[in-house]
Design a protein around this ligand. Structure first.
Ligand code: PEP
Length: 243
């Protein structure tokens, strides 16, 4: 299965920069599946700029409802209508900045799946939790409560202390966590848990991508800062194993 390299632009990017970014991405190596998740207002423009390519566009959040009195929120149905194929849900920045609980993420995942979007559900521990030896338990709990019964989508393991810091876990720690996530997914979803891609996220750069993407049970990467630069994002995609 092709690895998935997803870029999370967070609250970055401009409408003026979309054309050049999309043009650069057209040179993407064919063996990885690319997804770019810009802020909401840039989604239609990026989808148009990437039309005719295999590169998908995704959002960074959605509401659990289809419509209604939810000022500032965006529904999964509308995201689908304007050309999104994916949506990042439960990112640690949303969990921290907007108080998103596992239960709230669960509702959003349901809405995304119902709308035909592929959710990228983020899980990961704080540094304190890792130091206390609780990382796997924390992530298992996030999976149990954030994923609805009929889940289909991707998981992104993102240790919070590795996001935007330039620090990454050891390769052994990434492999151990991905194995634990796989085991939890198989227990929770006996029919589909073996096939759910598990991305790694947290300070993935061109220089460490090959090592991280080559680890067992790593099915791709969720890339923040480095995805803003098309050349860096492409270099990460090129580092993905080709089989
Ligand atoms: C992220 O925000 O999902 C992320 C992984 O960021 P960065 O690559 O900048 O650490």
């Amino acid at each position: 299965m092709a690895q998935i390299i997803a870029g999370n632009w967070k609250m970055n990017g401009t409408a003026a920069g979309l054309g050049a970014y999309a043009a650069a991405l057209r040179a993407a190596p064919g063996h990885a599946a690319l997804v770019v998740c810009p802020p909401f207002p840039l989604l239609p423009g990026l989808a148009a700029a990437l039309a005719g390519t295999k590169i998908a566009v995704g959002a960074q959040d959605c509401h659990a409802g289809e419509s209604g009195a939810h000022t500032g929120d965006v529904s999964a149905v509308l995201l689908k209508e304007i050309g999104s194929a994916y949506v990042i849900l439960g990112h640690s920045e949303r969990r921290a900045d907007h108080g998103e609980s596992n239960a709230a993420v669960n509702g959003k995942v349901k809405a995304a799946v119902a709308a035909g979007l592929v959710p990228i559900v983020c899980v990961g521990e704080t540094e304190q939790e890792r130091d206390a030896g609780e990382a796997e338990d924390v992530v298992r709990t996030q999976l149990t409560h954030s994923l609805p019964e009929s889940f289909s989508g991707l998981i992104a393991y993102e240790p919070i202390w590795a996001i935007g810091t330039g620090r990454t876990p050891s390769e052994a720690d990434v492999a151990a966590m991905h194995a634990a996530i796989r085991e939890a997914l198989v227990a929770q979803f006996p029919a589909s848990g073996t096939a759910t891609p598990i991305l790694y996220g947290g300070s993935v750069k061109p220089g460490n991508a090959a090592a991280l993407l080559g680890l067992p049970e790593v099915g791709g990467a969720l890339v923040g800062g480095a995805s803003l630069n098309a050349a860096d994002f492409l270099a990460i995609a090129a580092a993905a194993p080709s089989d």
